[in-house]
Design a protein. Structure first.
Length: 137
């Protein structure tokens, strides 16, 4: 729907009070909200063309969007339960030489420091080093 050919919702304004306060029909509000949810529609322009404050129209949009979401959620069939599938790890087809602890290397970049660990790793010592680096950063 293009902005220039904006539809006017009939029956939106029910009455105007003595102090100028307007009463709007629920059906008219829902129809206007439905028009505003289309692609490329300016809420401010729709509000202006219908004589409604843009903030009030945005309030209606959030109000009726919440009601629509609850209505569709309550009417929809029960959501299916996620089924977990078994995962099996396959051994590689080719035989390769086992990696020894002496061949392994870990590099960690943290702020302006680089930590390079070769060989076997002591988890406690590594934790202390990382904690110290985190305190400096």
């Amino acid at each position: 729907m293009s902005e220039k050919s904006a539809e006017i919702v009939p029956g939106l304004l029910m009455s105007r009070g003595a102090k100028g306060r307007c009463r709007y029909s629920v059906e008219g509000k829902r129809a206007l909200v439905l028009l505003c949810t289309g692609p490329g529609v300016s809420v401010a322009r729709m509000a202006l063309s219908h004589g409604v404050n843009a903030n009030l129209l945005r309030k209606w949009i959030s109000q009726y969007a919440d009601a629509k979401a609850t209505l569709t959620a309550s009417q929809s069939p029960k959501a299916s339960v996620a089924v977990l599938l078994p995962v099996m790890a396959l051994a590689p087809q080719t035989k390769s030489a086992p990696v020894s602890a002496a061949d392994s290397c870990i590099e960690i970049m943290c702020a302006a420091a680089m930590v390079r660990i070769r060989g076997a790793v002591d988890a406690r010592a590594l934790g202390v080093v990382l904690d110290c680096l985190a305190q400096r950063a």
